[in-house]
Design a binder for this molecule. Structure first.
Ligand code: SAM
Length: 264
């Protein structure tokens, strides 16, 4: 969809984009093609799109044969997508949907031009709930890349970086300036792909464990989590970490192994 298509669609439904929902619609057809071209679904595969908006990516996903499910928080846009494209639409806040409500285990790919105000919760859900998915194609705020790609022992390293690293390979593909959107945001966006990765035990409970482990970054891991201190110290020792280790000093793979030993 180009800029005039987007403006015509907003006029058709008498719609003013809402900043509170991060509504900046992509209106550059070449970029839409490039983003959808990063997906690797086959005709008939189940694909999930979060926040379809007016359908910039939706139209291409459907025309390429995806069996598409969309989740859109804004009821007016959800209705618009339902009327114009052949896909399933949930008129919901994605962060509030339970996995069974949107068949989380069936999607091969997920795509989203993520509303930036809610990037972390949306990414955490995509990274932990889509058990059949082998590729996520996401547009994020360029500024957020330092949190997504953060390494241990840095200020930005935390649950999001760990979940991303465990998901698999992360590629930063290209940037998009604000003028390719309507209305134009002040920030630059980046498209990333996440491919493959570890799925066992990378779930909601692991995310809660990570959130606790990083709850107070200055505290030792054993003082942040609920488990018995002596057991936790022994498990840390087994993985080569001292009793005073803080969560931010542990690699993604090791913290998953430590978690598995704690819960099993
Ligand atoms: N995909 C479209 C595009 O590229 O033009 C729209 C992208 S716009 C940045 C983000 C979209 O996500 C908006 O349509 C917005 O209403 C929707 N959205 C915002 N918060 C959401 C949430 N919590 N759950 C589902 N959709 C959400």
């Amino acid at each position: 969809m180009n800029r005039s298509d987007i403006i015509r669609s907003t006029e058709e439904i008498g719609f003013l984009p809402e900043q509170k929902f991060g509504q900046n619609f992509l209106c550059d057809e070449e970029m839409c093609d490039r983003i959808v071209g990063l997906c690797d679904f086959k005709k008939g595969d189940r694909v999930l799109e979060i926040g379809p908006g007016l359908g910039s990516l939706t139209s291409l996903l459907v025309s390429k044969g995806a069996d598409l499910t969309c989740v859109e928080i804004d009821k007016r846009l959800a209705e618009y997508i339902d009327d114009h494209y052949s896909c399933r639409v949930f008129p919901n806040d994605y962060t509030k949907l339970k996995p069974e409500q949107y068949d989380a285990s069936v999607y091969v790919n997920a795509v989203s031009n993520i509303p930036y105000y809610v990037m972390t919760p949306i990414m955490k859900k995509l990274l932990t709930e889509l058990k059949a998915s082998d590729k996520l194609v996401l547009m994020v705020e360029k500024e957020a890349l330092n949190r997504i790609l953060a390494k241990p022992c840095t200020k930005q390293y935390g649950p999001l970086a760990i979940l991303c690293a465990l998901y698999g390979d992360i590629d930063v593909c290209f940037d998009l300036p604000g003028n390719l959107f309507y209305p134009a945001p002040k920030t630059v966006s980046s498209v990333i792909t996440l491919t493959g990765g570890i799925k066992d035990n990378v779930d909601k409970d692991f995310t809660s464990f990570l959130d606790k482990a990083f709850g107070n970054r200055r505290k030792k891991l054993v003082n942040n989590i609920d488990s018995d201190k002596e057991t936790a110290v022994n498990i840390l020792d087994k993985h080569g970490y001292g009793p005073d280790t803080r969560a931010e000093e542990i690699t993604p793979f090791d913290i998953l192994m430590i978690y598995r030993d704690i819960i099993l």
